[in-house]
Design a protein around this ligand. Sequence first.
Ligand code: SF4
Length: 268
Amino acid sequence: MTDREPTKNISGGDAGGGNEARFDPATAGTRAEAVVDRLGELYWTKTYGGRDAFECLVRTILSQNTSDTASQPAHDALVDRYSGDSADLVDALAEADQQTLAETIQSAGLYNQKSERIIAIAGVVREEFGGEAGFDEFVRDEDADIVRDRLLEMNGVGPKTADCVLLFAGGRGGVFPVDTHVHRIARRMGLAPADADHETVREYIERDVPGEKCGFGHTAMIQFGREYCKARKPACLDDPEACPLADRCDQVGVYPASGEVVDPSAAD
Ligand code: SF4
């Protein structure tokens, strides 16, 4: 295993806390678990939890529809401006001037929409949970389904965002957020039906991967998507030996003979 989780990851990277997850790859009970074990050997094997829930929520909203590279400076600028030594980030953002916040998070894109949503969510969190500490407690201690449902009711929070908060702040096992990389890779590999939407992919993976492996399964699969199973040019396209997971993969929608790549739902 290499321990090189990028610091710009939404998990906080190496500095983001979490514990080493130990397991025996020889005992995988499903193909999805065997894939996650291999990803762990390739990258890292961590459990997550302990991030500030509200900051994690804001960070995930900033990351929507953009890369971590673009959203990280926006997150850092936001924290610099609104999270002083004694300031509660929830209070500061609930009272933020929308134009100023939009300028602060500009690098993340969609900054007008994101700034409006963040201010509105901060207002809801302040009213309902009293601030950062109360929201942390709710995310960490309340029933996971109740937390997920409440997060999903907030404007701008979709399943991936809710699941990232449950995983990185709540430390909940068995939560495997499905982003665009996980959605593509799971269907290409045949870990979920080719036409599965994000929620269906999540159901298949959470069914097949043990709870303590879901966290690093998510972050390591994203890294694998960046390095090997890229959207337009998966590593196997030119060289069948180039992908370390080729022996576990159905290559749905990937045609090395013609050099063609299509979404798995459009595969023959
Ligand atoms: S064999 Fe190709 S399609 Fe399958 S995981 Fe590797 S790069 Fe992706």
